[in-house]
Design a protein. Structure first.
Length: 381
């Protein structure tokens, strides 16, 4: 039997109650079925490699699983004779000195991996620049200019990445610095410059305005290149190409260097730079001659002892030039300085729990640049 029709006031009340019920229901459903907030896209990471002989900078994308892939347009053109490449803390500002035309160029790296020249960051230095290094906060760029003697000049980095002279006088480099290489301590208080043919390590105190105060030279072994610090800045290691070993130094509060116990340490080849792990407990060194990678444990006093199985064999037909470490702590990239395949390749190794290395089995990736000499490799944060 049909229900009697509702009176007009009752009908209005029913519709109002139904509307409230429906609103509450939809709200509850919305609470329970609302999608989780969308996570921000991961900041892309890139591996940059300059070609000393090919006037180009390679950019490879580094995926979360540490695989590498080519970036459209890579390699990107730059000046001739790049012996150094540095990435700012922002992970997007890149500087390269090119000795062939006495210049330094700055680039902005976009999220696709393309490099774009920075207005005001293309400068000339009146001599062959062999190295560039940034202060840890990215506000100062120091450029080593080769010569007899060589010198170091300082530049302020503006908010746009442009370079302007600090006005501080240049300082001479001890010894014959035809191929000087430089690093700033992690503290930002000191600058170190090694001279490949001068067998010296020049030391400078850095003032806030970019002024460099010479602190004298430290004797090192034959053919020093590519100084590297542990992340805490307590220890400095210098590769000695003609000595087939690695010099270690403890860094004092006043910047003074003291040899670590047992220094220098044999690498079983021609060492080409020292790269510590993020925790500072291990250190890896590519041997350009010897076709291998040496691995070390870094002890509390800075002393080095070889990791199990070190040195680790490099690929056939190559001269290992640089290594870069993925933040995952499980992946090492080996980059050629020279190769029988002409263009530089990147080879991937797996880091075992004990620090030893084994080839990952992934194919080598072609950078498209030729002869990657000196500290010309950087992995963005």
């Amino acid at each position: 039997m049909a229900s009697p029709p509702l009176s007009r006031p009752a009908s209005r009340a029913f519709r109002c109650a139904a509307s409230v019920f429906l609103t509450v229901l939809l709200t509850v459903v919305g609470w329970t079925a609302a999608p989780a907030p969308v996570a921000a896209a991961a900041h892309p990471r890139f591996l940059l490699t300059a070609g000393t002989a090919s006037m180009g900078i390679s950019v490879l994308r580094v995926d979360e699983d540490a695989t590498l892939s080519s970036v459209a347009g890579s390699p990107f053109p730059t000046g001739f004779g790049v012996l150094s490449l540095v990435v700012a803390p922002d992970g997007r500002t890149v500087y390269v000195p090119h000795a062939g035309d006495f210049g330094v160029s700055g680039y902005r790296l976009d999220d696709a991996g393309a490099l774009h020249p920075i207005p005001g960051a293309d400068i000339t230095v009146g001599g062959p620049p062999t190295a560039a290094t940034l202060s840890p906060d990215g506000t100062l760029l120091f450029v080593v200019v080769g010569g007899a003697p060589g010198r170091v000049e300082s530049y302020a980095v503006t908010g746009t990445g442009a370079l302007t002279p600090t006005g501080a006088p240049s300082v001479p480099v001890d010894g014959f610095s035809a191929v000087g290489m430089a690093r700033v301590d992690p503290s930002g208080r000191f600058l170190r410059v090694v001279t490949y043919l001068g067998n010296t390590l020049s030391n400078y105190a850095i003032q806030p305005n970019g002024t460099m105060i010479p602190l004298g030279a430290t004797a090192v072994e034959l053919g020093p290149v590519a100084p590297g610090f542990t992340p805490d800045g307590r220890y400095l290691y210098v590769s000695n190409e003609f000595g087939f070993d690695l010099s270690g130094f403890a860094v004092g509060d006043n910047g003074q260097l003291t040899p670590t116990p047992g220094s220098p340490y044999p690498t079983h080849g021609v060492p080409h730079g020292a790269v510590p792990t993020a925790d500072g407990e291990r250190l890896y060194v590519p041997n350009a001659m010897g076709q291998s990678i040496a691995g070390f444990t870094v002890h509390d006093d800075g002393r080095l002892t070889e990791l199990p199985g070190s040195p680790y064999a490099g690929p056939g037909g190559t001269l290992p030039g640089q290594v870069a470490l993925h933040p995952d702590g499980r992946t090492l990239y080996l980059i050629d300085v020279l190769t029988a395949q002409v263009t530089t390749r990147v080879h991937t190794y797996t880091i075992r729990p004990d620090g030893s290395l084994t080839p990952s089995g992934r194919p080598a990736v072609d950078t498209g640049v030729i002869m990657s000499d000196g500290p010309v490799v950087a992995l963005t944060p």
